[in-house]
Design a protein around this ligand. Sequence first.
Ligand SMILES: [Mg+2]
Length: 227
Amino acid sequence: MPQHLRNKIQNWVFDLDNTIYPAASGIQHQVDERMPHYIMRQFGLDYDAAREIQKDFYYRYGTTLSGLVQEHKIDPWHYWDYIFDIDYAALKHDLALREVLALLPGRKFIFTNSPHTHAQKVLANLGIAEFFSGVFDLTAAELISKPDPAPYAKMLAQFAIDPKTALFMDDVARNLVPAHKLGMTTVYLERPTHATDDAIHGVDAEISAYVDYQTDDMLGFLQNILA
Ligand SMILES: [Mg+2]
């Protein structure tokens, strides 16, 4: 059980999408649906060809965007304006999460492969923005996505976080590897549905060594720490 983390952890670092809000909200699903359509429009491809490119970029670069930027010099805001043109109404104030964030001792941060504009909308809709000391987004990461190690070191430095006192939770298991290597405590948040490839998200033998905790219930996990 994770109760001892209450004394050890002073910096709580959360992924944003499908972590700080439930996958069932459909927010990430809406975004994922728009990604291949952007590539179809941009390159004049059919859906299947666009989807292949999208999955390949996601696998190799951590996000579709990082691939589009590095291989095709796409303007990130042109892409983000399109894929985040979604309905946020499904995200409501999360009172249980507010209570837990208020009680967890120490600072809280968001570390996301999405842009800050999307992060701000998500945090505002959930009613939890006030609890976060900082959001490290993909622009802060200079468009280098998790799990590339570069943004992890930059994020820790920017917020003056000692990794030994930090916990990092993400619904993509491979994103935990660099965090663990830097000395952070890692939590894999298992989600029931993934619009992209499940094989990319899950824990295999190679990754399991970098996963300190695994849960399918973020709120329950945090409540247990406080119990
Ligand atoms: Mg995520």
